[in-house]
Design a protein around this ligand. Sequence first.
Ligand code: PMV
Length: 312
Amino acid sequence: MAQIIQKAPGKIILFGEHAVVYGKPAIAVPIMQCYTTVTIQPLIHEHNIVQIQAPDIGLNCPLSDLDPEHPFAIIISLVAMLGSLQHLPGMQIHIHSMLPVAAGLGSGASVSVALAKALCSFFSIPFTNQDISDIAFEAEKRYHGTPSGIDNTVIAFERGIFFQREKPVEWLNIAQPTHLLIVNSGQEKSTKGMVERVRERFNQSPQLIQPILDQIGEIAVQARSYLKLGNAPLLGSLMVRNHRLLQELGVSTRGLDRMVELAMENGALGAKLSGAGGGGNMIILMDPATAPRLNQIFTQTGYNNPIQTTIQ
Ligand code: PMV
């Protein structure tokens, strides 16, 4: 068996986070310039050791030391099942992600997808993107409790998606290059914690929360049409409406709200938090002419390394 290197991108949710957990549609796109790399090498002299190195999270240990419920252990055992492997040969698995952890860029799902693909390639197990997405979804459950499945799907397929639980995934049709700036608030967040917070509020006052989730779902449906028509100004106003609804759900922060205001005051077409909220990233939709100004303003205000990307 030869050395294998596999990559998986990050992702960003454009519309519909949280509501997607309750069966509403959401829109997400892969971010190809930020990715995870997994390298697997055979260990010729150590036949039975599977050594896992993930320096970004301070992990360097044999598989036998990992809790069997650890996402990495789950992925290794699901790939072994897919390939009907009886035993694992000695190998060293090295995992490195450019994606910040707990920032809303899908670092967990990106690592899971890259690891599952690398293992399948290393063992020459035939796989489909759906196989990889299904395996990563099992790991997502360990990270997040009740994930919707949007992260593993958009990352495994590496395509923009209109996603709804229990429905076949739809590929996005994007008429015009759409320019985004992704800015990290610098505040780490817990997806599990934020999803639980919304669940508590939903259980306490479904009559208040359900209409918010319904409206977020309707926005995702409208956004799909505006992407297809290439209408960036209308998409931008939907983003701002989606952000307000996320505020009402209680998942925004003063910092994220301030960032959205800063973007809108400086010529953005739209802006909203992206992902679970409580920190993490926000996204800005902009005209390419305004991009340098927005980039500069956020950098000067102390937000490090905004990511500029174009979806098409
Ligand atoms: O912040 P992220 O990238 O973990 O996104 C979470 C998106 C949620 O809708 C809040 C949860 C989910 O599983 O879809």
